[in-house]
Structure formats: structure tokens, C-alpha cells
Ligand binder design. Structure first.
Ligand SMILES: *[C@@H]1O[C@H](CO)[C@@H](O)[C@H](O)[C@H]1NC(C)=O
Ligand SMILES: *[C@@H]1O[C@H](CO)[C@@H](O)[C@H](O)[C@H]1NC(C)=O
Length: 216
């Protein structure tokens, strides 16, 4: 807040906090109000808590947030992976699809990838839902052929984890925080297909929004 440029003000409430912020002389108080505004902004912008992991990669842009219909949540998923890549440029995991437990079995993809084989659908045991996740990632720069995300694993609400076949290289990062009422929204970060002259990595990172307790 103190570094100059005026942020976009998404709501009158943030505008109100921003005005207070400008009228406060003490730098410490400015920081306090600034952080408060930031947390309120994050809360309002997403409606809900966001769960992330720290070992994702940073190429590509975040895709649109897609969410399950009100009152439903994610219970299964499917991935598209370039498992048997030609010798040169492997992009590994490309697409993540989440399935919600609404009657239409709505699926969420955010930004899909562009290549690979569809793996089997993985389901939480009956009655359970997905609440946290972990990524297998090849760190950038380990080889001349970076692949970014290679696989994903979810913890279900009955404390059983589910995972499918993915690419094997890389390291599993820490589990994300848990969504107490489950996962309701998906955003993916995908590096678009750059053709033959770039090192394609496709899926670089994912993050999820938690379901609102009020809906269950
Ligand atoms: C996701 O839903 C759309 C629209 O109903 C459907 O066309 C598509 O096949 C579904 N994708 C998967 C992976 O089931
Ligand atoms: C790093 O690259 C080597 C090949 O040069 C590969 O065998 C190894 O699995 C890679 N390590 C990770 C963590 O991706």
C-alpha cells in the first residue's frame, strides 16, 4: 500500500479501508490496515479460502476459476499426461479435470493442456470428498527438458489418498492445507504449446478454492 501506485479497488469496503490507510500517519498502523485490506480483498475476490502448494512452477498464466455448482463438491479427477513422450520434449501432465458430485457430474478444467493420454478417473471412496493435494514436480533447470508438474495426489475426507498413473520424475512436495468442507473450485497454470523450438512444460501449477461451509 505504501509503494505508490493506487491498486484497483474491487469493493466500496476496500475503498473505505484505503481511505483510512491514507489518513493514518503511523507507518505501522498503515501496514496493519494494509494487510487487513489485503486479506479482506483475497477473501472477497475468491469467496473462499484457496489451497496451494509451494513446489509448482511459474511458466504460463493462471486460467479461469471454475467451480462446482452450489451445494456440490469435487469427489474425483482425471489427468491427461504425455507419458510416452518422444525422446526430446516431454511436457508430462497437461490437463486436470475435477468432477463434482452434483446430479450432472459437472467437470472443471480451468485451462486445459494440449497433448497426452487420458488416464483413469480416480474416485474418493463412496461418501468421501477431496480436501487437499500434493504435486510431483520436476524442478526447473534439472535437465534441458523441463516438464513441470508430473503427477498429482489428493487426500479424501476419509483420510485415504487417491492417485493415478503419471510421469515418475521429480519430487513430491508437501501436502497443501485442507479444505474442511472439500474442494469446490479449480485454477490451473498452463504454459501454452510453444511448438518445436521451446521446451514445453504444459501444466505448471494448480490451486483450489474451498467449499463454503454454509452450503452443506
Ligand atoms: C466435461 O463436461 C463437458 C460438458 O458436459 C463434456 O463435453 C466433457 O466431455 C466432459 N469432460 C470429461 C473429461 O468428462
Ligand atoms: C534430473 O534429471 C535427471 C536426468 O538428467 C533425471 O534422471 C532425474 O530423475 C531428474 N531429477 C528430478 C528430481 O527430476
Amino acid at each position: 500500500m505504501e509503494t505508490g501506485g493506487k491498486p484497483n479497488l474491487p469493493t466500496p469496503f476496500i475503498a473505505f479501508l484505503y481511505r483510512i490507510c491514507n489518513n493514518i500517519q503511523s507507518a505501522t498502523m498503515k501496514n496493519v490496515v494494509g494487510y487487513l485490506a489485503l486479506f479482506v480483498f483475497i477473501g472477497l475476490a475468491n469467496g473462499q479460502e484457496v489451497i496451494t502448494v509451494t513446489n509448482g512452477e511459474t511458466d504460463g498464466r493462471w486460467g479461469p476459476l471454475e467451480t462446482c455448482p452450489s451445494g456440490s463438491r469435487a469427489i474425483s479427477y482425471q489427468t491427461q499426461n504425455e507419458i510416452d513422450a518422444p525422446v526430446v520434449d516431454d511436457s508430462a501432465m497437461n490437463t486436470l479435470v475435477l468432477f463434482c458430485d452434483d446430479p450432472l457430474q459437472t467437470n472443471l478444467t480451468s485451462t486445459p493442456g494440449y497433448t497426452g493420454n487420458w488416464q483413469n478417473v480416480q474416485n474418493c471412496p463412496f461418501g468421501a470428498y477431496m480436501k487437499s493435494f500434493q504435486l510431483l514436480v520436476s524442478p526447473a533447470g534439472n535437465t534441458t527438458d523441463n516438464t513441470a508438474v508430473n503427477n498429482i495426489r489428493f487426500m479424501c475426507s476419509n483420510d485415504r489418498d487417491i492417485s493415478g498413473i503419471g510421469n515418475r520424475e521429480g519430487y513430491w512436495g508437501e501436502y497443501s492445507a485442507e479444505c474442511p468442507e472439500g474442494i469446490c473450485g479449480l485454477e490451473t497454470r498452463v504454459r501454452p504449446d510453444g511448438g518445436l523450438l521451446v521446451d514445453n512444460t504444459a501444466l505448471n501449477d494448480v490451486r483450489f478454492t474451498c467449499c463454503a461451509a454454509a452450503e452443506f
